[in-house]
Design a binder for this molecule. Structure first.
Ligand code: NAP
Length: 329
């Protein structure tokens, strides 16, 4: 309980697990706190075909399982708990779960972002079986098939445009009669012959749970209340992402959408606190980019610790106020 760990990692998606592999191999004995949604968004996908090294693809949960075993093999300690509060005002940093308190010299935040969902039971049921939140990951499976995208922002339009490379037809379902997406994206979508729009419509149900795959959607016109059916083989939900950062409110700098702001790779505004993966990346959001930034975070933490140790020894103390971030750049 009183031990001050060199590195604690919060989050167990590709960013957190890669940070753990690198930190463990640097003999930093990382402790990784896995949340209740252990493994992150990859646990919601089926086949991952764009992660380098897997020529025939790999199932999302299998990829996470392999990363976890690799981190464990080098000595990462895992704890299943939700971090409920953090104190980042001065080192050692303090993390509290329901039952325990942890202290650390460096903290790597890899809490990810959660794709917003419509909240339908059928959507949850068919996630990874025709329902997806990532066109880059799953678009390929819908070659020559009709699909739908729900949402009216830049993500939805970007995904719809991307999906026209594979799908026979893409229907964008939007709850209003005007898109939120930037004008240039709108123009591209309106010009694309494969994209159709269903305005003022919401998805009431994804069919067909009994068959274990997507066969169509029940739509409701929000103005008239009228129900209709749309035959599709896939549904991409693109109504935004929520970065998992509420824990750090008031302590770490965030952008207007709640993403942690990092500079020089993974440095946050608090020295010794690093962020990697989707929690600081509203743009790329890929497993491979998350893993890459997890690697960077571990290297940044290692260098920071070396710096603190050298300065601490020079001044005769073991825990010392951290250097400014500029000294790490
Ligand atoms: P967003 O801008 O918040 O748009 C979310 C869309 O989903 C909105 O059209 C919203 O409808 C709709 N929506 C939200 N909840 C819904 C629900 N429960 N049911 C049905 N529809 C719902 O999110 P985003 O598109 O992910 O973009 C996030 C940020 O990233 C934005 O700043 C965006 O510009 C940026 N981004 C940029 C690019 C790019 O430049 N290439 C690409 C992707 C994202 P309403 O319009 O009615 O609110």
């Amino acid at each position: 309980m009183n031990e001050v760990r060199d590195v604690i990692i919060i989050g167990s998606g590709p960013a957190g697990l890669t940070a753990a592999i690198y930190a463990a191999r640097a003999n930093l004995r990382p402790l990784l706190i896995e949340g209740t949604e252990a493994g992150g968004q990859l646990m919601l996908t089926t086949m991952v075909e764009n992660y380098p090294g897997f020529a025939d693809g790999i199932l999302g949960p299998e990829l996470i399982g392999a990363m976890r075993s690799q981190a464990e093999r080098f000595g990462t300690e895992f704890i299943q708990a939700n971090v409920e509060s953090v104190e980042l005002s001065s080192p050692p940093y303090i993390l509290r779960t329901a039952d325990e308190e942890f202290r650390c010299r460096t903290l790597i935040i890899a809490t990810g972002a959660s794709a917003r969902l419509l909240g339908l039971p059928s959507e949850r049921h068919l996630m990874g079986h025709g329902v997806s939140t990532c066109a880059t990951c799953d678009g390929f499976f819908f070659r020559g098939k009709p699909i739908a995208v729900v949402g009216g922002g830049d993500s939805a339009i970007e995904e719809a445009l991307f999906l026209t490379r594979f799908a026979s037809k893409v229907t964008v379902i939007h709850r209003r009669n005007a898109l939120r997406a930037s004008k240039i994206m709108q123009e591209k979508a309106f010009e694309n012959p494969k994209i159709e729009f269903r305005w003022n419509a919401v998805v009431e149900e994804v069919k067909d749970v009994t068959r274990g795959r997507v066969t169509g959607l029940v739509l409701r016109d929000v103005l008239t209340g009228e129900l209709s059916e749309l035959e599709v083989d896939g549904l991409f939900v693109a109504i935004g992402h929520t970065p998992n950062t509420s824990l750090f409110a008031g302590q770490l700098k965030m952008d207007a959408n709640g993403y942690l702001i990092t500079h020089h790779g993974t440095l946050t505004n608090v020295p010794g606190v690093f962020a990697c993966g989707d929690v600081q990346d509203p743009v790329y959001r890929q497993a491979i980019t998350a893993a890459g930034s997890g690697c960077k975070a571990a290297i940044d933490a290692e260098r920071y610790l070396e710096h603190v140790m050298v300065e601490g020894l020079a001044r005769g103390s073991s825990i010392h106020p951290p250097p400014t971030t500029s000294s790490l750049s």
